[in-house]
Design a protein around this ligand. Structure first.
Ligand code: SF4
Ligand code: SF4
Length: 454
């Protein structure tokens, strides 16, 4: 017989005709679900409160899209901090690589907002109102569910946007009339709509179709990484067994083929088919299988946190190439980041090009060369800046004012003239040093080339 052209199963969430198979996982109370709930609700509390927590007068975490600044636990990164942002990005990526190499997809099952909100908030509400398999579903219950979902999505959308526009700006959107902030209101409603779509309908498809992390699993995991796995050597051949039979050599394996591990899986897979991209590491299959083993008087752990190497009969080794190289690279990047941040000045100065003539001859015979200095005050307070000529007694700095106040997080350009004798130019150029200082102890010497007559 020739093999079928269309395989029986392509995705756990697809029916044979290609339509979507809705997954209604039955919650399996157990030690991991209890622990995941504690972690999940703590993370939700953190997510909701983080935009309101201030460190050093700034939000603990804010990626301000308007000012294009990233506030991160008291540190501020701006687009001009390209090197620091690169180090930060590499450090985050290395942390993800290291954590995945060590504990597999613990992030997906325990801490990812998609899992946390879906499994700890949205799905429980649905199962409470409509029943686990929709057995209590009525129009009124369905309407109540979507009403609660919409309110939650709207609230979450506000919290989510607080990370990008800041609590104060969001407050004006929330308190003010939508007509006064149509853009902001549209953004809140748009994000709420996306959340409603995701948590109400799209659900596991987000992990299976959209999120790239699961697809990277085959690259990021190795045979020693922590995974949730089924011990086929112990479980197979699966089959119904009586409590009195397990010790007999002819008895089937420990798996009684009850299907409970499939029924509780939020992505609808069968862990007994081996490690799969769809497994989000939620440990629900462990929570459901362990009590079955207890009832049968068999050892727990037919499904367990394990590694591919252990399942193949070997041992798990913590030390291996990637668990040595990743931390080393991470330590180097983190050290560079800390040093660069510590040595960073709150002021940036630069000499910029002048528009118009670069010098004029004064009636006194001196040459007045134009210089423009751009000062960026990156601190959170206004600062007073002064400029003076260094080591050139024949040069005079002419400025409209003695000092400049530059507002917090603002850039100002200072138009200056340096008057020097015509004879001090060589080939139409003359070098000079300008000292820029501020009232907070900043001090920077700028080497400037004056242009003059050749
Ligand atoms: S829950 Fe355990 S015993 Fe039941 S089918 Fe899954 S692996 Fe087998
Ligand atoms: S196979 Fe087990 S750990 Fe993986 S997603 Fe399904 S229930 Fe969760």
């Amino acid at each position: 017989m020739s093999p079928p052209l269309v395989p029986d199963r392509v995705l756990s969430t697809l029916n044979a005709d290609g339509s979507r198979r809705k997954i209604n996982p039955r919650p399996a109370p157990g030690r991991f679900l209890r622990a995941r709930r504690i972690v999940g609700y703590a993370l939700i509390a953190l997510f909701v409160s983080l935009p309101f927590i201030e460190i050093g007068g700034r939000p603990a975490l804010l990626l301000d899209l308007v000012t294009r600044e990233l506030s991160l636990f008291g540190l501020v990164f701006r687009p001009t901090d390209g090197f620091l942002l690169m180090l930060l990005g590499i450090s985050i990526a290395l942390t993800v690589f290291l954590v995945t190499a060590l504990v597999g997809r613990a992030w997906c099952g325990w801490a990812c907002p998609q899992t946390v909100y879906l499994e700890m908030v949205f799905r429980p509400i649905e199962q409470m109102l409509e029943g686990v398999h929709g057995q209590h579903k009525t129009r009124a219950r369905s309407a109540a569910k979507w009403l609660i979902y919409a309110a939650l999505a709207f609230a979450l959308s506000n919290v989510f946007l607080a990370y990008f526009v800041g609590v104060k700006r969001l407050e004006t959107w929330v308190i003010g009339s939508p007509a006064a902030h149509p853009g902001g209101f549209a953004l809140v409603v748009g994000v709420a709509g996306l959340m409603l779509f995701d948590f109400g309908y799209f659900r596991e498809q987000m992990c299976m179709v959209t999120c790239p992390y699961g697809r990277l699993q085959s690259v990021l995991l190795d045979k020693q990484s922590l995974i949730i796995g089924y011990d086929a050597k112990r479980g197979e051949p699966r089959g119904k067994a009586k409590r009195s039979l397990p010790v007999l050599a002819s008895a089937p394996g420990d798996c009684v083929d009850c299907g409970a591990c499939v029924a509780v899986c939020p992505t609808g897979i069968d862990i007994r088919d081996g490690l799969q991209m769809e497994c989000v590491g939620c440990a629900q299959c462990i929570d459901v299988c362990d009590p079955i083993m207890d009832k049968l008087g068999r050892k727990r752990g037919l499904i367990a946190y394990t590694s591919q190497n252990i399942l193949a009969g070997g041992k798990r080794h913590l030390l291996r190439a990637r668990t040595i190289v990743y931390p080393l690279l991470l330590a180097i990047c983190a050290t560079l980041l800390v040093v660069a941040v510590a040595g960073r000045s709150a002021t940036r100065v630069a000499v910029t090009r002048t528009s118009g003539p670069s010098f004029v001859e004064l009636p006194s015979g001196l040459i007045a060369s134009a210089v423009r200095i751009e000062i960026e005050n990156e601190s959170d307070a206004p600062r007073i800046y002064r400029v003076q000529v260094m080591n050139a007694p024949e040069a005079t700095l002419r400025t409209p004012q003695d000092q400049w106040e530059v507002r917090a997080r603002h850039t100002q350009t200072l138009p200056l003239f340096v008057d020097v004798p015509r004879t001090s130019f060589s080939g139409g150029k003359r070098s000079i040093s300008l000292l820029v200082t501020d009232d907070a102890g900043f001090r920077r010497v700028l080497d400037v080339t004056l242009l003059g007559p050749s």
